[in-house]
Design a protein around this ligand. Sequence first.
Ligand code: G6P
Length: 489
Amino acid sequence: KQEGQPLRQRQRLLVVANRLPVSAVRRGEDSWSLDISAGGLVSALLGVKEFEARWIGWAGVNVPDEIGQKALTKALAEKRCIPVFLDEEIVHQYYNGYCNNILWPLFHYLGLPQEDRLATTRSFQSQFAAYKKANQMFADVVNEHYLEGDVVWCHDYHLMFLPKCLKDYNSKMKVGWFLHTPFPSSEIHRTLPSRSELLRSVLAADLVGFHTYDYARHFVSACTRILGLEGTPEGVEDQGRLTRVAAFPIGIDSERFIRALEVPQVQEHIRELKERFAGRKVMLGVDRLDMIKGIPQKILAFEKFLEENPSWRDKVVLLQIAVPTRTDVPEYQKLTSQVHEIVGRINGRFGTLTAVPIHHLDRSLDFQALCALYAVTDVALVTSLRDGMNLVSYEFVACQDAKKGVLILSEFAGAAQSLGAGAILVNPWNITEVANSIAQALNMDSEEREKRHKHNFIHVTTHTAQEWAETFVSELNDTVVEAQIRTRQ
Ligand code: G6P
């Protein structure tokens, strides 16, 4: 910069997601304690120097009173977060209902809910109405904070209606939308009663992004087949207006994991774990307790492996971290009992007085404990039935440069497209295949482990979350400029 020249102002990025990256606990009428999640997206966006990120979203708590709302807004402002307040009924219909009981399972190929038809229709309509209402509430908050020149980046299936609401407010706003889940085949999307309205709302964005080329292709096919629009190599065209559609595979802040392994507490933790599981190979699963993660199938495959490989029974342990999630949705409650039942049965069957084959934890671990666990693992099992990307696989690889453990990875996770060459890819529905892969992984020689690990480690450390965010935002800026040029022509 030349002397006297003002510093170029960084572009403001408004990141809009259903959930703010904080957990908020109320301590009194007007006091809150906030815990900022240092996870993926947050560190990705904070690391990008070109723009200054602000978050807009739901704080995950019901705050019915004005005093509480004001205090929370003030506390969040210090963390660059802006809350959207949703009341309990909206959360029930929009978040538990339309988002997590309808869109989430559908986008992961688990179909629409199968209850009694009439009841489903009625609840479907009211849930969709609540979904639109909630999206409008997000749009109101964005609009209130928007300044000319800002970029607005909407995230995920909760906010498919948002691009349209924002463009209705201000057609010049730069709006991007990114889906963190798979976008299913158009044949699946077709079953959704609100299929067209949702597609049209997303198309209001300037740039629409997915983790993989396949998801982008499915989206374009849905627009051509369901809406009769034209798909082009750049995206979807509607009466001369192009919505750019492309793949932007997310990554992690790999340095953060690699650095953590040097921290004395983590090293102490690693020593403890090694001692605790001495003489046994450690297999690890880390998942939200969600039906898409294929936890029952994974545990059944482990049982089959133990059944068929008696010599391994006292030489291997499976640590399954299952983080409770969306616990108000009945499907998730059913899954919890199902998993507990299977784990109990297998431990009863193969456990001894001194050791059990499966350690199942219904809770999350703090970052340092998680890194230590990744580092001592011999085989990680990421066997989602469907998964947008799955960053547990990336985190595991980042922590394995010393050990060079094996990754067993579902071919239905987006990560299979980037880590496929280093991992053992499996069809998670095929329990025999997963059991055989466990045997293959445990018996793999060090040369092959090293070769596979190297491939994945290079990928994980070079395709980071920061690069992902930069690419998306710079493409969004370009898209808008191109559209302006086209309009002038
Ligand atoms: C997935 C979704 C995210 C969501 C996360 C946790 O990764 O793509 O948008 O935030 O799950 O789920 P929750 O419902 O607790 O926000």
